[in-house]
Design a binder for this molecule. Structure first.
Ligand code: ADP
Ligand code: MG
Length: 324
């Protein structure tokens, strides 16, 4: 079973940023209002996510590291979602199988909490925990017991940039949550909760850059609503790192979206550039499928042309308005 977990871990835990994604999603699912992510050496030495969510009792904490133990299947719709997304209840056991792993958690009303330690998938300690309500999860020495996978990690700087990108995506999707990212002991981002998405963008990219962003007013095309912010000339990067798209609140990737952005920017002076973009797409969930691969959120739209057109229109309209 340890082997099975390590195999599953290869799917879920591709690199430190993937661990962060899973842990932060769990913290969000737990209803947290404050989430702090701390990493050392690009996450290879240590990843810690601390939240103030619902916490777990001892039984749940122990269950959470068993494979396929999810507390999230409650209805038939949940089950259907799991069949599409797959990999429910795999994240924690997978991560725990390839790290020195620790959960410290306490439910709000509980007098005492629980601390569980797992070493490369083997339970090594269960004790009382007197810390704050919520959950702290720590994963140290990623792949210490799977040298073959450790070799695939890139430099600490590269791994950190993926972590930062992952963090930014979550922070953008949830401005109502206070997010902090600490890198090797220094605060990289501290983003107080806000109701305004632009406030969050400002916190992420800085006031100066944010003041030059162009607002994409909500536009609708064939039932596909698009809104957000895009960079004007000079606010480009040489790659797509800074282009984030959310579909119904979830960060995703899709070729239709890439085509739509390219087309939208094509008509402007910014031809061939990949400007900073933060775009939100809202549409009926019947209109797309999400690839089951857990490392990516690749979406296939049933009407990819409509999505491409919706994005192209929204972007070119915003650029036109800004140039007036
Ligand atoms: P899933 O999220 O698919 O259910 P995970 O392996 O990510 O599976 O987590 C297993 C379970 O552990 C979750 O269903 C949840 O009950 C519990 N859990 C994990 N992280 C937290 C957290 N930060 N706060 C509260 N409960 C958590
Ligand atoms: Mg999860």
């Amino acid at each position: 079973d340890a082997l099975a977990s390590q195999v599953a871990a290869g799917e879920v835990v591709e690199r430190p940023a993937a661990v962060i994604r899973e842990l932060v999603e769990n913290s969000l699912d737990a209803g947290s209002t404050h989430i702090t992510v701390e990493v050392q050496r690009g996450g290879t030495a240590m990843i810690r996510v601390v939240d103030d969510g619902c916490g777990m009792n001892r039984e749940d904490a122990l269950l959470s590291i068993e494979r396929h133990a999810t507390s999230k299947i409650r209805t038939k719709e949940d089950l259907a979602a799991i069949l599409t997304f797959g990999f429910r209840g795999e994240a924690l056991p997978s991560i725990a199988s390839v790290t020195r792993f620790r959960i410290a958690t306490r439910e709000k009303e509980a007098l005492s909490g629980t601390e569980v330690e797992i070493n490369g998938g083997k339970l090594s300690a269960v004790k009382d925990y007197g810390g704050a309500a919520g959950t702290l999860i720590e994963a140290r020495s990623l792949f210490f017991n799977v040298p073959a996978r450790r070799k695939f990690l890139r430099t600490e700087a590269t791994e950190y940039s993926h972590i930062e990108q992952q963090f930014i995506v979550h922070a953008m999707a949830h401005p109502e949550v206070t997010f902090t990212l600490i890198r090797d002991g220094s605060v990289a981002f501290h983003l107080p909760a806000t109701k305004d998405a632009l406030d969050r963008v400002r916190g992420l990219v800085g006031d100066q850059l944010a003041s030059r962003l162009i607002k994409v007013e909500p536009t609708e095309h064939k039932g596909i609503r698009v809104w957000g912010y895009i960079g004007g000339p000079g606010l480009s990067r040489s790659n797509r790192q800074q282009q984030i798209t959310f579909l119904n609140g979830r960060p995703i990737e899709s070729s239709s979206i890439n085509y739509g952005l390219r087309e939208g920017f094509h008509t402007s002076l910014m031809k061939g550039q990949h400007p900073v973009t933060v775009l939100f797409i809202e549409m009926d969930a019947e209109g797309y499928d999400i690839n089951v691969h857990p490392a990516k959120r690749e979406v296939r739209f049933h009407d990819g042309f409509a999505v491409r057109d919706a994005l192209a229109k929204a972007v070119s309209r915003a650029l036109e308005a800004a140039n007036k």
